[in-house]
Design a protein around this ligand. Structure first.
Ligand code: MIG
Length: 819
């Protein structure tokens, strides 16, 4: 791409001679403190502004001309940070701004910034030679790069999780059939972690222009980031734990709203189910084979000539009836929407769009027209509030027909007939009244489209949480939408890469991620599909998809043997639903994602930074997908502590590598010792039947451990008013007793009356007795166990004690007393 070459040349040149065109920031002349926690530093014509937002969070802004651009951000939602105690000291040649955790040390001759921890150790510093610099509208900062510092994050990037040694561009791009070296892709999240000896810091470069990150590709001991415009404006998160960095970043840009439970079920898509008959056949395909599924998608061919918000009445004569019948059968219907509105005066969306001035315009005032699927199209200006409202209202008919899933595609935006493959850079966006060119808005176009969709649907169906899926986005876009990694390929290499991509997206603030299961392009065959589906159980978005003109890829299309395996795999997803939902609720509350790199939870583990083909799902599950054809075993790293192999409950000591069996029907999966894992009975879709029984499996840990459980109605916003069911559970293990304590239930939501089955695994011998709140529980024969049985039994075969009771909401203590 032309602009790609331009940046590459720029980097080369800047590294060699023409750096002379670049001007580095000069000496500090003085500083003022306009407000508590804000420092304004003069350096020649340039000004630097340092804001202390928290003891471990700082904002750095540079105005080369001395004039700061108006303070605006599409990503940031938190601006009212409470004041923190800050002290200032001037030494010869140094200005030091300190909080309890961090000192920002500003060297004066010339101006260079360093962040030090409370012991005076440098966390991160400007490169002494270059520091911050500009060249016309371009801005860049060079930082020192220690030999043992590594980088993760950066949103959606193909290839490995660790990014040291790479050059990356941020410019939302539709690159079908991308490879490990393709960059950029669909999303821009200019946020990364620097990790050194288990200590992490984070930097968020809040810039929507064409930007780039050179993480030591151009130089051995420097990294840099900068953009073609928009100013140098970044946030520094001091850590030291990676989780703390992410928690602060998501405090700044917001967190994922709690998704509806059904969106965490299995989802089925293809380009395209062409007509009503085929859609019904797919739905029957799942139910007849007893393969659970919650969502069926309609790709672009459901529309009339690709006109958004319309139906092809020949192929879909009665959409409301179809969608309604699917709903009765337990499915939600999701539809694709693209931003391009066909320039056709007979089309209501085009007419109302023109009348409301909703389309992007060239500088001469005429609408920008570009070709996409419908032919010549106009493009909504999602940077304008009135346009977002108009867009949202257009979903009325679809929502009334019962559609509940909203798939936003092509929103980089992709334009077919323009050399740059997107909207002309000079096209003017409203940009909330600032009237700025496309170059400033390109990277937020997809995010604002998904925002318009989310807010519109939320208003139209007020009782339900919207489910939106988007291809393009910007930092903070997870506030409105889930994301998938676009047009991948049915290959083992892509399955391997999918793990790293989902992990980097997850630690970049977007927990609700997934990939096209089985691969979009090409045909996976049974084994690859089955392995990909197994990985999909542990991606929050679990969706099968396929390109047009390819063989069918539904889970039953690979022969009976694989149908059986794929059914069991999807059953596992539904069995784990109470755990998955709890983990997603935690992500929405704290920002810590479902999918976590090992180094995130175990920053001390030396090899963690390179480990991107296994991961944690929540705190308690360790997942090591099989990503090799023909494999029957898998080697993986077990982090410190003890772990139970999920399929056999065999206990392993952690802290080293192990090899475990991985027969075709089983994904290598471990449960942390100390975990209290909630599972449920298999259902064919999320709301087919209430959880009953709720099974709680107790994996004995050292001495004591703690766990949380979350549940609500799965659909409405009532949880925001306290209608949830939350309880914590503790286990204590001692030679004299194993004790499980259920805390009293918090919140007002009450599921229907049900049994709780508590399974204690790895119990050394049959207990003498089991007590509930101090009273002996009767022991029953396993064969007598059924609904509403109260009692316990021991299984000497797998050394499990099972306790079955009706659920209560008060505090309750179960004790196993050994013989
Ligand atoms: O130009 O809607 O990534 O998932 O099936 C292709 C057709 C447009 C690209 C998406 C893909 C979708 C396809 N779309």
């Amino acid at each position: 791409m032309r602009r790609g070459c331009f940046i590459a040349v720029l980097m080369l040149v800047s590294a060699v001679t023409a750096y002379a065109q670049w001007q580095s920031v000069g000496d500090v002349a003085g500083f003022t403190t306009p407000r508590p926690g804000e420092f304004l530093i003069d350096a020649g014509a340039a000004k630097l502004r340092v804001n202390v937002l928290a003891a471990d969070v700082f904002r750095i802004r540079l105005a080369p001309s001395g004039r700061f651009t108006p303070d605006a951000s599409w990503a940031v939602i938190k601006t009212d940070w409470p004041q923190v105690e800050t002290s200032v000291r001037e030494d010869t040649g140094l200005l030091k701004i300190s909080t309890s955790d961090v000192t920002v040390e500003i060297r004066k001759h010339p101006l260079r910034i360093a962040f030090l921890d409370s012991r005076g150790i440098i966390i991160n510093q400007d490169d002494p030679r270059k520091g911050m610099a500009w060249n016309g509208d371009e801005v860049r900062v060079w930082k020192s790069m220690p030999g043992d510092e590594y980088y993760i994050g950066f949103g959606e990037k193909a290839g490995r999780m660790q990014r040291r040694g790479t050059h990356m561009t941020m410019w939302n791009s539709d690159i079908p059939a991308y490879g490990a070296d393709t960059d950029p892709l669909y999303e821009t999240i200019p946020f990364f972690y620097g990790i050194r000896n288990g200590r992490a810091y984070g930097i968020f470069f809040d810039n929507t222009f064409w930007s780039s990150f050179d993480m030591g590709k151009a130089s051995r001991d420097q990294y840099s980031f900068g953009a073609e415009g928009g100013g140098l404006d970044y946030y520094f998160f001091a850590g030291p734990a990676p989780q703390q960095v992410l928690s602060r970043f998501t405090e700044l840009v917001g967190r994922m709203p709690l998704p509806p439970l059904w969106s965490l079920g299995y989802q089925q898509c293809r380009w395209s189910y062409p007509n009503e008959a085929r859609v019904r056949e797919i739905a029957r395909g799942f139910r007849e084979r007893q393969i659970p599924c919650d969502v069926i998608y309609l790709d672009i061919d459901y529309m009339d000539g690709y006109r958004i918000f319309t139906w092809n009445r020949q192929n879909f004569p009665d959409p409301a009836r179809l969608v309604g019948d699917l709903r009765k059968d337990g499915f939600r219907t999701a539809v694709i929407v693209d931003p391009g509105i066909k320039a056709d005066t007979a089309y209501h969306a085009y007419r109302t769009g023109l009348a409301g001035s909703h389309f992007l315009k060239n500088p001469d005032g005429r609408p920008f027209i570009g070709k996409v699927w419908p032919g010549e199209c106009a493009f909504p200006d999602f940077s304008r509030a009135a346009t977002r409202t108009w867009w949202g209202e257009n979903f009325k008919a679809l929502a009334e027909a019962g559609v509940r899933g909203w798939w936003n595609d092509m929103n980089e935006p992709c334009v077919f007939d323009v050399p740059t493959k997107t909207i002309d850079l000079g096209v003017i966006h409203d940009d909330e009244g600032r009237k700025t060119p496309h170059s400033a808005n390109h990277n937020v176009y997809g995010m604002e489209m998904s925002r318009a969709t989310y807010e519109g649907v939320r208003a139209l169906v007020p009782g339900e949480r919207p489910f939106v899926l988007t291809r393009a986005s910007y930092a903070g876009g997870h506030r409105y939408s889930s994301a998938w990694t676009g047009d991948n390929i049915a290959s083992w290499e892509h399955l391997d890469m999918a793990i790293a991509m989902c992990l980097n997206l997850s630690v970049s603030g977007q927990p609700f991620v997934g990939t096209d299961i089985g691969g979009f392009f090409g045909y996976p065959g049974g084994e690859l599909f089955a392995r990909w589906l197994q990985f999909g159980v542990f991606t929050p978005l679990m969706r099968g998809h396929s390109v047009i003109n390819e063989k069918n890829k539904e889970p039953w299309e690979y022969g009976e043997e694989f149908t059986v395996i794929n059914r069991e795999t999807i059953n596992l997803r539904y069995r784990l639903q109470p755990y998955i939902y709890t983990v997603m609720e935690e992500a929405s509350a704290t920002g810590v994602p479902a999918m976590r790199p090992l180094l995130f939870a175990y920053p001390g583990d030396r090899n963690g930074i390179w480990n991107d083909n296994e991961f944690l799902f929540g705190e308690d599950l360790l997942v090591a997908p099989v990503v090799q054809a023909g494999a029957t075993t898998r080697s993986l790293r077990l982090p410190e502590g003890a772990w139970f192999y999920f399929w056999t409950n065999q206990r392993y000591e952690g802290g080293h590598d192990v090899t475990v069996p991985a027969p075709p029907e089983r994904i290598p999966l471990f449960v942390r010792a100390g975990a209290i894992l909630p599972t449920r009975q298999v259902v064919q879709h999320a709301d087919q039947a209430p959880i009953d029984p709720l099974t709680i499996t107790v994996y004995p840990g050292a001495l004591q451990s703690h766990s949380r459980y979350y549940e609500d109605d799965g659909l409405s916003f009532e949880f925001e008013k306290g209608a949830y069911f939350r309880r914590s559970t503790d286990q204590r293990n001692s030679p004299t007793a194993t004790t499980l304590t259920f805390g009293a239930v918090e919140g007002t939501y009450r599921p229907p009356r049900r049994d709780v089955v508590v399974r204690f695994v790895d119990v050394q011998g049959e207990p003498a007795s089991v007590e509930v709140d101090g009273s002996r529980l009767r022991s029953v024969a396993r064969s007598a166990a059924g609904k509403e049985t109260e009692g316990w039994w021991y299984d000497s075969g797998d050394r499990t004690v099972t306790v079955q009771l009706p659920e209560t909401t008060n505090e309750r203590r179960i004790r196993l007393l050994p013989k």
